[in-house]
Design a protein around this ligand. Structure first.
Ligand code: FES
Length: 118
């Protein structure tokens, strides 16, 4: 079982799903299914509306970015020098909720709903 905790100012909700319920699904899909108010638009990695910070638990964060995610994060200045520059403090990383495919990791997803300013 993996835990996803969604946080924003004045908001916190923890979702626990079995591996089969999480595997292969995006953060955005899980958020929408549970009424988490993450902004989104294109759902294809093209607009940046769904940018979030992802902080890992003890099993780490999936570092694989889709082509669209890497391109857009770089264009937004959130991924200037490779993956390590994406780490705010070694644990938190900018990601696009519509591109982050959830595995078994425990994560905290900080969404501020500020386009480009997560
Ligand atoms: S909804 Fe457009 S990049 Fe995620």
């Amino acid at each position: 079982m993996g835990t996803t905790r969604f946080v924003a100012p004045g908001f916190s909700e923890t979702i626990r799903l079995q591996a089969a319920q999480r595997q292969g699904r995006t953060l955005l899909a899980i958020a929408l299914e549970h009424g988490i108010p993450i902004l989104f638009n294109c759902e294809a990695g093209g607009c940046g509306a769904c940018i979030v910070h992802v902080e890992s638990g003890d099993r780490g964060v999936d570092l694989e970015l889709t082509f669209e995610e890497e391109f857009l994060l770089r264009a937004m200045g959130k991924l200037e020098d490779g993956l390590e520059a994406n780490a705010v403090d070694g644990q938190r990383r900018f990601r696009l909720a519509c591109q982050y495919v959830v595995g078994n990791e425990d994560i905290i997803v900080d969404f501020t709903n500020e386009l480009g300013g997560a």
